[in-house]
Write a protein that binds this ligand. Structure first.
Ligand code: NAD
Ligand SMILES: O=C(O)C(=O)C[C@@H](O)[C@H](O)[C@H](O)COP(=O)(O)O
Ligand code: ZN
Length: 360
């Protein structure tokens, strides 16, 4: 097992990465001080892992409740967040209650937001079971839900007290979901570590085969990169925005298509191709670098052809992005492979041409 620390002063927490961690009650020791434990999960993950987790948590001798939400990005909304609050109140949760998010990024984001807002804030643990959640969403404390007009528009920064990433849960993950997670792995290489991107390129087959060693390194290196960024800039005043590479376009695709049509990782993969093309058109990276990144993304079975909404609709969808300032959309661009920056693009023609022709 590997342990990392997200360094945030009094809100610091460990990330545990290893096999069969769901069964290790010592890792859940933050539950010792809890009055009750609520596992929040969904209808797909519950039959796979909820019983094992319940057994592990029984060691603490606290009441354990299970909240099972329907599965899907389209349920990451007010209505289904309310179901969590309904059960917390129905079963007597209080300020010492611990929530445990068991699932992918949808469950993690919703549970985290419920924890941020129930009784003005209670503690929660992330038990991510998708690759995407292990490499990205379980770390950093961004929590929230979608609005029909924009992704993750309602939410809060609220850090978990621990992240417990059990690599063996990835063995039941469908191939399409594995590829979606690989998009965020590629993102970490593209924005922060050129050598990691080389490693991803060289190990594409092992990653797609969900090889245990490859997964262990992909999760570890991604969590190292993300936790360093979050520790430096928890609330996205600056460098944290680089973690949004591919997301200005990607979130527009998710909302524009209707949540759940494109997986988040698929939209981000395609969004990174668009972001790389924009960086190339602006003369920041060369054509070979743009084409290489597109090829890596395509090699992970991710879509690289953006939906043809037309430039006007894309711009309308991207205007609501949280990085927008004073009406000006800000993009995460590559300065070079392994280094990102955030910029407005005053030349509207460049954006319109990119969106009109599509990327790659
Ligand atoms: N908070 C953040 O920093 C952050 C970062 C990245 C993404 N996100 C959010 O995360 C969400 C995407 O997360 P995701 O890709 O994990 O999607 P998801 O949560 O919808 O999970 C993907 C699918 O895998 C299933 N699943 C989960 N674990 C499984 C397992 N071990 N075996 C079999 N099936 C399993 C789920 O039921 C679901 O059908 C989006 O809403 C995105 O906005 C948040
Ligand atoms: O943690 C971050 O910061 C990220 O941007 C990670 C992204 O992969 C993630 O999708 C995040 O939820 C996007 O945040 P948002 O603020 O653009 O909604
Ligand atoms: Zn993302």
């Amino acid at each position: 097992m590997k342990t990392l620390e997200v360094d945030l002063g009094t809100r610091s927490y460990p990330i545990y990465i290893g096999a069969d961690l769901i069964d290790q009650s010592a890792l859940f020791n933050a539950c010792e001080k809890a009055s009750s434990l609520f596992i929040v999960t969904n209808s797909t993950v519950a039959p796979l892992y909820a019983e094992r987790l319940t057994k592990t948590l029984e060691k603490f001798g606290k009441p354990i409740h299970k909240i099972v939400l329907p599965d899907g990005e389209s349920y990451k909304d007010w209505k289904h967040l309310q179901l969590i609050f309904d059960d917390l109140l129905k079963f007597g949760a209080d300020r010492q209650t611990m929530l445990i998010a068991l699932g992918g990024g949808v469950i993690g984001d919703m549970t985290g937001f419920a924890a941020a807002s129930f009784m003005r804030g209670i503690r929660f643990i992330q038990v991510p079971t998708t690759l995407l959640a292990q490499v990205d969403s379980s770390v950093g404390g961004k929590t929230g839900i979608n609005h029909p007009l924009g992704k993750n528009m309602i939410g809060a920064f609220h850090q978990p007290v621990a992240v417990i990433a059990d690599l063996n849960t990835l063995k039941t993950l469908p191939a399409r979901e594995l590829s979606a997670g690989l998009a965020e792995v590629i993102k970490h290489g593209a924005i922060a570590d050129a050598h990691f991107l080389d490693w991803i390129e060289a190990n594409a087959s092992a990653l797609l085969a969900c090889d245990t060693n490859a997964m262990a390194y992909a999760v570890l290196r991604s969590c190292e990169i993300k936790s360093a960024v979050v520790s430096a800039d928890e609330r996205e005043g600056g460098i944290r925005a680089t973690l949004n590479f591919g997301h200005t376009f990607g979130h527009a695709i998710e909302a524009g298509m209707g949540y759940g049509q494109w997986l988040h990782g698929e939209a981000v993969g395609c969004g990174m191709v668009m972001g790389a093309e924009l960086s190339y058109r602006l003369g920041q990276i060369n054509q070979a670098e743009f084409e290489r990144l597109s090829k890596i993304i395509r090699s992970m079975n991710l879509p690289v052809e953006p939906p043809k909404f037309g430039a006007e609709r894309y711009i309308e969808l991207m205007q609501v992005d949280k990085k927008t300032e004073g009406g000006s959309i800000r993009y995460v661009l590559l300065e070079k492979i392994g280094k990102a920056q955030i910029k407005s693009v005053p030349d509207a023609q460049v954006i319109e041409t990119l969106l009109a022709t599509g990327a790659a």
